[in-house]
Design a protein around this ligand. Sequence first.
Ligand SMILES: Cc1cc2nc3c(=O)[nH]c(=O)nc-3n(C[C@H](O)[C@H](O)[C@H](O)COP(=O)(O)O)c2cc1C
Ligand code: SF4
Length: 442
Amino acid sequence: MAEFEPVLMARIGKPDATSLASYQADGGYDGLKKALSMAPAEVTDIVKASGLRGRGGAGFPCGLKWTFLPKDHPGPIYLCVNADESEPGTFNNRVIMEGDPHQIIEGIAIACRAIKAQTAYIYLRYEFGKSYRVLQNAIDECYAANLLGKNILGTDFCLDVYLHRGAGAYICGEETGLIESLEGKRAWPRIKPPFPAIEGLFRKPTIVNNIETLACVTHIVRRGVDWFRSMGVPPDPNNPRDPGSFGPKLYCISGHVNKPGCYELPLGVTARQLIEEQGGGVWKGRKVKAVVPGGISMGFLSADELDTPLDFSGPGKAGCLGLGTAAVVVIDDHTSMVDVLFNCCRFMAHESCGQCTPCREGTDWMRKILERIRSGFGKSKDLDLLMEVAGSMGIIPGTTICGLSDGAAWPVKNAIKKFRGEFEEYIAKGMKSELPVLVDAH
Ligand SMILES: Cc1cc2nc3c(=O)[nH]c(=O)nc-3n(C[C@H](O)[C@H](O)[C@H](O)COP(=O)(O)O)c2cc1C
Ligand code: SF4
């Protein structure tokens, strides 16, 4: 990995890195100029050929998603930029928004050129005050330099970018919840189909992309497809549905490590490498008990699964939901998995929007069972009951509108399966949590 050269984080920390002048001195907006010299479909073809997969959690191929827009649509077509970033443990979008905002705005402009959108909305998590100020300043600089607005750089391409501060809920990051919220409504996810590419914001064709995905677009157009595909993991020849995992990735690492932070690495680094090399090892000389591979909604890897590659298919092969946001949270061997799981369930129960009965009731039922267990009153049948509830909720069993429910079920399924002995002992001995029993917000 020694030869890997960071790109997405390369300019972060340089003096004046957020200014347009400094960005342009480093070749900034050359990618946009290149995209403006091409037909929109050619730009889409480049992104498609790169194999870029969405960095927001689902890993859907980016260029392919752009081709789902109706052909020759008279418009308007919208780009919604997902900067809600509320998955626990995830802060990679914030790092690049605060540290190098122009690479994101350039990616937005290139994407809009490709999909023929003239309006983009950045939906920003409300709590990100610094990101808001830095991004708005970068947008203002672009308007003054004719990199946004009418007839950009003397071409027929026009683009307005609006920064919209979010409503402060996890569900606002789900793409159709985000669209509802942008329209001024409660962020209740929509039933799909129709998918946003056909009927999205204001019922018009819409693409939703994550901040990091769009930052990658900038560098793909500037440096080329071969550069992007030179990093990562090729498709699995035994799995025709695996498009591979190419490019650099921003991995967040937090929890019980010596050096928490955001690190840029090629896709496919193992959890062990990340913890030991970037994270500086587990704190206080302790051992790993469990690792969250990509936000809590992905579930857990156990200590003997640390050699799992953190590409788009690795965590799934180890029984997790997927790579998610690549936000790795390390849990040491002094920590109770009962407390960890209770915390996950409490979060999901609080964040469920309540539209679907299996999610609304299931998340809170799981929270209540775990609260009983950690209060010392668990019953031997509770573990099977938790598994039954978790197995009946989500898009995967086909009972809910959105993936929040799957993300609530997976930590439960993984924890009970991989750490069952610890839960059984806890219940059998009537152990009690050392942490305070929390009064629930509901
Ligand atoms: C409950 C929930 C929360 C989500 N939160 C985010 C988020 O904060 N940021 C994000 O980019 N995607 C989030 N997603 C995924 C989006 O729905 C969508 O797949 C993504 O923004 C698409 O962008 P990409 O293709 O560039 O990854 C969330 C999904 C779910 C189910
Ligand atoms: S799955 Fe949960 S969060 Fe998603 S729409 Fe249904 S109730 Fe709301």
